[in-house]
Design a protein around this ligand. Structure first.
Ligand code: TPP
Ligand code: MG
Length: 347
């Protein structure tokens, strides 16, 4: 069965019908710039020796992450991964706290207990990832089951990579979600590589989203470099889930534009592939779309870019002032206390 392939979003009118006004569009552009800027600055900090451990980026995936997060409701929850910085940015995590996290400082979301992207601000509806992939999918499904039991009109969004989809927990999560028609949306960041493994060694079907049919729900393939198409498909899937229509598997197609992490130069990815996908740079595509369809002027563009630059300069300065964590706080915040839990059961 051929899965549905999403159309690109065309005119400003269509976008308005999809629920976005001009201010929203400029906000999306800004979030894309912040996302890329955070990761570009991260590279510099890494080379300056200011980021311990490794450093991961989602270059090429900014539109997928920002598009999906823009479609989420304020009370929805999500489990973004190492390519999804745009989700944290769009949900409102302040960049200085992201830099503090990278640098292992006390003001990072994990308070210096992790220096990597295993972070999230639960107050913004995000759950921090663990390393094991795709272990957050069962967690997202568990959230959806809780929403069902509590009769809350909320949706959980679970992210996974196409490589991680080969593992059993992806199957178990999608099966349970399908059987119970839970309010969950599965977002596959299909960036064509799992470390050095290409897709033809990961799954033997044309589209990963073809699998949705086997779980009894819809699958859709979307160009992950087209922020508006991602937004529309994510919105459709999220609202369908909210209304009791069950899960959707949204496959966002991109290319991982850098190595797996900073230690990897991606020598195994054909150069032509990078060249081809560089022409579809998500930020550049959306900038051109805004100029052609929403009258983005030079002044506006400069104002937004300048504002982002100042924000990031200030963010790095502030993060650098954040202290390293006090060793005495090592065991604080590691386990949830009853006060942290807002379930009726614990009240
Ligand atoms: C269970 C498990 N096995 C191995 C790893 C090591 N590992 C981290 S990321 C990664 C590649 C994952 O590929 P994919 O799911 O396509 O996500 P991507 O990194 O491409 O976004 C691997 C093998 C892991 N984190 N968890
Ligand atoms: Mg991958």
């Amino acid at each position: 069965m051929a899965v549905r392939e999403a159309e690109p979003l065309g005119s400003l009118r269509e976008v308005k019908e999809a629920g976005l006004d001009r201010e929203d569009l400029l906000g999306i552009y800004r979030n894309l710039l912040i996302t890329r800027g955070v990761e570009e600055r991260g590279h510099i900090l890494y080379r300056q020796g200011k980021i311990p451990g490794s450093f991961y980026t989602g270059r090429g995936n900014e539109a997928s992450a920002v598009g999906v997060a823009t479609a989420m409701g304020p009370d929805d929850v999500g489990t973004p991964l190492h390519r999804d910085m745009g989700v944290h940015v769009t949900r409102g995590v302040e960049p200085w706290r992201i830099f503090a996290q990278y640098m292992g400082r006390a003001d990072g979301p994990t308070k210096g207990k992790d220096g990597n992207v295993h972070m999230a601000d639960s107050k913004l509806g995000l759950l921090a990832m663990v390393s094991h992939l795709p272990a957050m999918l069962p967690v997202a499904v568990g959230c959806a089951l809780a929403f069902r039991i509590r009769q809350e009109p909320r949706v959980a969004v679970g992210w996974f990579g196409e490589g991680a989809a080969a593992r059993g927990d992806a199957h178990e999560a999608m099966n349970l979600a399908g059987v119970r028609r839970l309010p969950v949306v599965f977002i596959c960041d299909n960036n064509q590589w799992a470390y050095s493994t290409p897709t033809h060694l990961e799954y033997p079907i044309e589209h990963l989203a073809d699998r949705a049919a086997a779980y009894g729900f819809d699958g859709v393939v979307v160009d992950g470099t087209d922020v508006l198409a991602v937004y529309r498909e994510a919105k459709r899937a999220i609202e369908k889930a909210r209304e009791g229509g069950g899960p959707t598997l949204v496959e966002c197609q991109t290319l991982r534009m850098e190595g797996h992490a900073v230690h990897d130069d991606a020598f195994y990815v054909p150069k032509e592939l990078f060249e081809r996908w560089a022409e579809r740079d998500p930020l550049e595509r959306f900038r051109s779309w805004l100029r052609e369809n929403a009258e983005l002027s030079d002044d506006e563009e400069e104002e937004i870019a300048g504002g982002v630059k100042r924000l990031l300069n200030e963010a790095i300065r502030r993060a650098d002032e954040s202290p390293l964590p006090d060793p005495a706080s090592l065991l604080e915040g590691v386990y949830a206390t009853p006060e942290d839990l807002d379930t009726p059961h614990h009240k």
